[in-house]
Design a protein around this ligand. Structure first.
Ligand code: NDP
Length: 286
């Protein structure tokens, strides 16, 4: 059976390190790292994510402010709020919970965030920095995946890695981080031919397709490390269940190491958000 990479345990370790940094910033510079989270509308999943982020931030001693705007809010009103947060020296990190209601332009909102406070790492300047190997604020989910991978592979150099999915928030930054660690990277997506055999040849498979149980035993070579980013809410016997993109039962006996869902990448994402907020606060000291 594959080694389980426990995201709960690992994220707790990251959060302890963040808490120590927060204490140091407060003691030495009288600065409490502060995260502003902006939520537009009433999407239930987004509300849960925002509540969790605020709660975790407070647990590590940060200040966290949630700004809730109604679903009909205009682009101007949202951009104006971002402007106020950009100018507020007490705010070190700004996160706009996505997705936004369809009448709002996500790209415009992301571009309005001060790149130094862009703790999601989605601003075009931060995206460009990552692509050119000079990363500053790196997207949280791929960053969490890298911490998990290093548990199994302290040196990733030369590994064949396949990332399934090419979104801007997971697939592409994930591939950039793996490349930076000298992996040979393939990005697979919905148009990839012979995707199972492409994936089967990999030492590392990162699944970020958003398709429940897409990746089964046919996709995984013996001993491969499998990171499951997918979070799919599926109804089983009338009950809502969270499932990854990986069919854990069929893959775990073949893989060398695997992350569970839930309790894998999810908790790492929040931990990395708080890591980014602390980093942003430290940089803003200068
Ligand atoms: P997107 O829907 O933006 O992207 C999905 C990607 O997967 C696309 O590039 C798509 O290809 C590809 N894809 C879809 N179906 C297939 C298929 N059958 N075979 C191969 N590739 C396929 O999703 P996100 O990147 O935003 O999220 C991916 C998953 O990760 C979701 O389940 C999401 O909930 C989860 N997630 C989890 C987080 C966490 O903290 N654990 C954080 C963020 C996301 P194409 O481009 O060709 O359409």
């Amino acid at each position: 059976m594959a080694q389980l990479i426990d995201g709960k345990q690992l994220s707790a370790q990251v959060l302890r390190e963040v808490a120590a940094e927060v204490e140091l910033l407060s003691a030495e510079h009288d600065v409490v790292p502060t995260l502003a989270v902006v939520l537009v509308g009433e999407d239930p999943a987004s509300q849960v994510y925002v509540r969790n982020k605020v709660k975790r931030a407070e647990e590590v001693g940060m200040r966290s402010i949630a700004h809730r705007l109604d679903a009909e809010c205009t682009q101007d009103a949202l951009n104006e709020l971002i402007g106020v947060l950009n100018d507020d020296s007490q705010v070190h990190g700004i996160l706009v919970q996505l997705p936004l209601p369809s009448h709002l332009n996500e790209d415009d909102v992301i571009a309005a965030i001060d790149p130094a406070k862009d703790v999601d790492g989605f601003h075009p300047l931060n995206v460009g920095a990552l692509a050119s190997g000079r990363a500053s604020l790196v997207p949280c989910t791929p960053q969490g995946c890298m911490i998990m991978l290093r548990q199994v592979h302290p040196d990733l150099s030369g590994k064949n890695a396949v990332v399934v999915g090419r979104s801007n928030i997971v697939g592409k930054p994930m591939a950039a981080l793996l490349l930076q660690e000298n992996c040979t990277v393939t990005i697979a997506h919905s148009r990839t031919k012979n995707i199972e055999s492409v994936s089967r040849n990999a030492d590392i498979v990162v699944a970020a397709a958003g398709r429940a149980k897409l990746i089964n035993a046919d996709w995984i070579g013996p001993g491969a490390t499998v990171i499951d980013v997918g979070i799919n809410a599926i109804s089983v016997d009338g009950k809502r269940k969270l499932m990854g993109d990986v069919d854990f039962e069929s893959v775990a006996p073949i893989a060398g190491a695997i992350t569970p869902v839930p309790g894998g990448v999810g908790p790492m994402t929040i931990a990395c958000l708080l890591l980014n907020t602390t980093r942003a606060a430290k940089r803003q000291l200068a």
